[in-house]
Design a protein around this ligand. Structure first.
Ligand SMILES: [Zn+2]
Ligand SMILES: [Zn+2]
Length: 406
């Protein structure tokens, strides 16, 4: 059973509770654009997993068949507990290398782009996790059953959900051992003192042992996000922006050894003579600034409605993926990537968003015939397109007229 998929309704419920709590207490930590962007990233991360899961499954099967040293019993409690502890240790190093090796940072950066900190930030995950499986391999060599490992991986990730909140204060002795909201706030900080600290997943002990722990300081309020901000609501760009800059640096870098160093050293490393496109150290950082382009109230409400329907469609695809053929599955996942991109374009107030939105709504119709979404969902999506398309066409023609008059 996919525990993450089962947990999704609880994630959304807790997000609404945190949002309501913040509004009632006058300490709302959510912005519409940032939350939509984070949840888009989470949805895309799960959706791309549907398309590439077969690849890692095949690798595991080969390893288990040829190289497994032993087969540990899958009913024994000690196997579960040791798997949980060892995985958290492996997670610490995976996470640490995700920050300290440029090639891996390009993937993990997705989790750190939000300049807010709330439960929706927890859902913000990469769609390009190409190196995570390396940290699973030892478990297969040692003979941990795949079901135990994947359950443990899911539990570890589910634990990390609740620590993404500003509303929980320090928790005393609890956070000597466990990752808490306070020490995970530090992990998301872009204040110089907080950068690259507190990598733990469930246990903060690893950070205390390996020297990467930093306490949250009252005199240094955490400013969330990246030292070189993303400044975009485009979830596709969010997944590739560091790699794009890494490619530019790679070509500009003199010498093969320097090119290799660029990939394996810290993000922003450069040979002395080179300018880096993604340098981190010494960069002036305005801790008060947040990316927040202004758009009309209509665009906000419209995007919120369309985004909600896209998330509902994504959930339907996640739930029915097993019954879809691969071609249809990859096509609908591509369509959903496009949809989240269009929602991001609306939030940025892009001129081309309107045209892309019309294309998006038209292209939705064939999927409604090919996917078995049930009568309610199908009627909802058709009704939405029937209302939205004329509205967008009118808005488009008004804009053309006003441009002609100017
Ligand atoms: Zn991180
Ligand atoms: Zn986090």
């Amino acid at each position: 059973m996919d525990l993450i998929l089962a947990a999704i309704p609880f994630f959304f419920l807790l997000i609404f509770i945190e949002l309501a709590y913040g509004v009632v207490r006058g300490k709302n930590t959510y912005r519409l654009n940032d939350s939509i962007n984070s949840i888009s990233m989470g949805s895309l991360s799960r959706l791309q997993g549907l398309v590439i899961l077969g690849f890692s499954g095949t690798i595991y099967e080969i390893i288990v068949a040829r190289y497994q040293l032993a087969q540990l019993p899958d009913q024994a409690l000690w196997v579960w507990i040791s798997c949980f502890l060892l995985y958290d240790f492996a997670y610490y190093w995976k996470h640490r290398l995700g920050h300290e090796v440029a090639l891996f940072w390009g993937s993990h950066v997705a989790h750190h782009q939000s300049e807010d900190f709330n439960l929706s930030t927890a859902l913000r995950q990469t769609s390009i996790d190409f190196y995570g499986f390396l940290f699973y391999l030892p478990f297969f060599f040692l003979g941990f059953p795949a079901e135990i490992l994947f359950t443990v991986v899911s539990l570890n990730l589910i634990y990390q959900f609740w620590v993404h909140t500003e509303h929980v204060p320090k928790l005393g002795p609890f956070e000597w051992v466990f990752v808490s909201p306070s020490n995970h706030r530090v992990h998301h900080g872009r204040n110089k003192i907080y950068v690259d600290k507190n990598y733990g997943g469930v246990f903060i002990l690893w950070d205390r042992i390996f020297g990467s722990f930093q306490e949250e300081l009252a005199e240094e309020p955490v400013a969330f996000g990246l030292r070189k901000p993303l400044n975009s609501w485009n979830p596709v760009w969010a997944n590739v922006h560091v790699y794009w800059r890494l490619i530019l640096d790679f070509y500009a870098m003199p010498g093969a050894l320097n090119k290799l160093k660029l990939l394996v050293k810290r993000p922003g490393w450069r040979a002395d003579t080179q300018q880096s496109h993604c340098k981190l150290e010494g960069m002036p950082v305005d801790l008060t600034q947040k990316f927040d382009p202004e758009i009309s109230r209509f665009s906000q409400v419209y995007t919120a409605i369309q985004f909600t329907l896209t998330v509902a469609l994504s959930l339907a695809v996640l739930l029915s993926a097993g019954s879809l053929n691969y071609l249809l599955l990859s096509t609908v996942v591509t369509y959903l990537f496009f949809s989240f991109f269009v929602h991001g374009s609306f939030l940025e107030g892009r001129e081309f968003a309107l045209t892309l939105e019309i294309v998006r709504l038209v292209f939705l119709l064939p999927f409604l015939l090919l996917l078995d979404l049930g009568p309610v969902m199908t009627a909802l999506l058709i009704g939405n397109s029937a209302l939205a398309l004329p509205l967008l066409l009118i808005a488009g023609s008004k804009r053309t007229q006003s441009l002609a008059l100017n």
